[in-house]
Design a protein. Structure first.
Length: 390
């Protein structure tokens, strides 16, 4: 069986004059072009023939069911990736130029047809069609990249801090398919009295719509914190924003919110369907993940209060970091326990939070045998106790 690449180049001729059609066929045979010509007399007959196998169309501008550029419009609408060469009986080259401006790849006047010119024009038109498609795909790719960059900047803001009492390590790594931007987001806001609010979240699904919703939720959260909203009301209000802004009722978001007291002696943790933060040198979070935002109406999330060690570290994350494999040769997931083991090993190697965070991410990717399927976000808060003013 012959493959597509071994088949003759198929060209569709739309021409109502049998004499002109015969002339085109003889010229292609004389040129030894290896082109398989298919002849129809009207646009109506042509439409069923415009399959992906037809690489080029030779189109007469004057047909029984089309005049001026209506036939060209019909062909381009039915086969937008097919090269079109306009044939005209007019000797005025301006007519052909107008056809090219209208979307054709080239034009030929019937009075000037000759075998080599016809075969060469078809080949050049195909090359121009390929070049145009490549340029368009490149432009689309660049536009998507710019849009993703704008969304990522919205998802991953500059933290608002007023002093150096809390050190931050913020990391984000896109998943394997960078065209499918995820909805991971985080934010940190320090209030004038020294209280620190931090959050990390993940919108269900992937893509620009989910990423845009993540930006919306993050901005809403930041606005509520800056406005001094009562702590327990923040997540319910963000959930309302999600309900108003989401495109479909089934879309939800998981969120972890932490409030570190101004004296850094304790923190309160709110979990809305999200993995709990890791408390290094402290007791693990006992509360369950809870209900994600957007699942239940009028839900109020409870907090778990935890003590903080004199030199404390809180690690907030999205699930992308522990959903990779435990080794390149296995399908077994790394999981939270595996992640904790890796984290303690990396932290033992260096006290610098940024260094062990980067080493942790690199090791997770290595164990996965390559880039992770899902995006990951990691937010590390490091601090120490301070004396309350007053």
């Amino acid at each position: 069986m012959s493959t597509t690449s071994e088949r003759a180049l198929q060209v569709l001729l739309i021409e109502d004059d049998p004499g002109d059609a015969l002339l085109v066929r003889e010229m292609l045979e004389e040129a030894g072009s290896g082109i398989e010509l298919i002849w129809v007399q009207t646009i109506a007959e042509a439409k069923p023939q415009l399959t992906p196998d037809i690489r080029c169309v030779l189109l007469d501008l004057q047909l029984p069911d089309a005049a001026e550029f209506s036939g060209l419009d019909a062909v381009l609408a039915a086969a937008p990736r097919t090269a079109v060469i306009v044939l005209t009986g007019f000797t005025d080259q301006a007519r052909g130029v107008d056809a090219v401006a209208h979307g054709a790849q080239d034009y030929l006047t019937k009075a000037q047809l000759e075998p080599d010119l016809l075969a060469r024009t078809i080949r050049y038109a195909l090359q121009r069609r390929t070049t145009e498609d490549t340029a368009r795909e490149l432009a689309d790719s660049r536009a998507r990249a710019r849009e993703n960059a704008r969304l990522e900047r919205g998802l991953l803001p500059v933290a608002i801090t007023h002093d150096d009492s809390v050190q931050l390590v913020l990391r984000y790594r896109p998943g394997r398919d960078r065209a499918l931007l995820g909805g991971d987001f985080y934010d940190v806001v320090q209030c004038p009295d020294g209280t620190v609010y931090a959050m990390i979240g993940d919108v269900s699904g992937h893509g620009p719509d989910e990423a845009a919703l993540g930006v919306c939720l993050r901005v809403a959260w930041r606005t509520l914190v800056l406005a001094g909203t009562e702590e327990k009301s923040i997540l319910p209000l963000v959930a309302q924003v999600l309900e108003y802004e989401r495109a479909e009722d089934y879309i939800f978001a998981s969120v972890c919110m932490v409030r570190v007291a101004a004296d850094h002696r304790s923190a309160r943790v709110y979990l809305a369907g999200h993995p709990p933060p890791l408390v290094l040198d402290g007791a693990p979070i006992r509360q369950r993940a809870g209900v994600p935002l957007g699942v239940l109406d009028d839900y109020v999330w409870d907090a778990e209060e935890i003590p903080l060690a004199p030199d404390w570290h809180l690690v907030l994350m999205t699930d992308g970091i522990f959903e990779g494999t435990a080794a390149p040769t296995t399908a077994e997931r790394l999981g939270m326990e595996g992640l904790i083991e890796l984290l303690h090993a990396q932290r033992a190697a260096t006290p610098d939070a940024a260094e062990w965070t980067d080493a942790l991410i690199a090791q997770v990717v290595e164990l996965n045998g390559g880039p992770l399927a899902d995006d990951l976000a990691l937010l590390v808060l490091c601090g120490g106790r301070t004396e309350q003013a007053g």
